[in-house]
Design a protein around this ligand. Structure first.
Ligand SMILES: [Fe+2]
Length: 317
């Protein structure tokens, strides 16, 4: 445990927030902003509607700065230390108390501002082609007829990384819960690469570094295909970074097909994953190339609904 958190245990002292390991895994850090910081942030951001952040990209950094200043510039340093340490590289961010903003669209705007601040403290979100903005909001309902498993409630969404079919780097994924009703189940599932029992077997395989073809279903609005290997690079300590999703990789022959099939089976059968419930108003941020993420199935309910926001981006420091 001490070794796991070496980067976090530097002399840096959090001001206006706490950090502690999550009950389900010492890797996952729970960052809790104080009620005072949340009130201060809501007040400081009252002048800018989310539309202003959408129209003027520099305001997103100013937003991040407003939050960081409220923590005496310790939050950004802390979050970066967590994300740059492979042993942790993930946090659940939540806050105490409630901002003085009524439930509804204004309150949702507040949540969007908060996740904008967090993403810009660690990097820069990529343009989300599905939604046409630097973030995407989407709803999971009981019925769905979309062309990928993203919005389908009644099945487990397999463990994967994001950004497999785009050329930009996708160093981090931020998943925020904006609201939900009649939900049972549906926890976020996470598996750290170093906890995957078969990592060495697949990393040392002859196809581990071979270029594979990656495409995307129509709803993603990404027309062209790209190629890259599953294990596309190593981190600063020589450990593998992975880019994998079962639905969007297009094997071109039997050996590629079977390598991928066996990889998918191994990942889904690995018992070392963690299941993390995501309360409304909280967000989960993971380093996308050493954590696989997915979602457990929900229990059917005719009025089931869940609104999520995601940001996917690259590190800038
Ligand atoms: Fe994903």
């Amino acid at each position: 445990m001490t070794a796991l958190l070496r980067a976090v245990e530097s002399p840096l002292v959090p001001a206006g927030f706490t950090v502690k390991p999550h009950a389900v895994s010492p890797r996952l850090q729970v960052v809790t902003l104080s009620s005072e910081v949340i009130h201060g942030f809501a007040e400081a951001m009252a002048e800018w509607p989310v539309q202003a952040l959408e129209y003027k990209p520099f305001l997103r950094y100013a937003t991040a700065d407003k939050l960081d200043v409220l923590t005496e510039n310790t939050l950004g340093r802390y979050l970066n230390a967590i994300m740059q340490n492979r042993e942790t590289a993930a946090f659940l961010l939540q806050y105490e108390g409630e901002p003085d903003i009524e439930a509804g669209e204004l309150r949702t705007e507040f949540e969007v501002k908060l996740s904008t601040a967090i993403s810009h403290l660690i990097g820069m979100p990529n343009h989300d082609s599905m939604y046409g903005k630097y973030y995407a909001r989407f709803t999971v309902l009981n019925e769905d007829n979309s062309d990928s498993y993203l919005r389908q409630a009644h099945r487990r969404m397999e463990l994967h990384t994001d950004g497999t079919y785009v050329n930009e780097r996708t160093d981090f994924v931020l998943m925020q819960k904006l609201g939900e009703a009649h939900m049972e189940g549906g926890a976020s599932l996470l598996l750290h690469l170093d906890d995957w029992a078969d990592l060495e077997k697949f990393y040392n395989h002859p196809l581990a570094k071979k270029d594979l073809v990656w495409g995307a279903p129509k709803s993603k609005n990404v027309g062209s295909k790209i190629t890259h290997p599953i294990f596309f690079e190593e981190d600063k300590n020589g450990k593998p970074h992975m880019s994998f999703i079962d639905q969007f990789v297009e094997p071109q022959n039997m050996s590629e097909g079977l390598y991928l099939y066996q990889m998918g089976e191994s990942i889904e059968a690995d018992p070392n994953y963690i299941a993390v419930p995501l309360p409304v108003g909280s967000m989960l941020v993971v380093q996308n190339h050493c954590w696989l993420h997915g979602r457990d199935k929900f229990t059917a309910h005719p009025q089931l609904s869940r609104e999520l926001l995601r940001q996917r981006g690259h590190f800038t420091r």
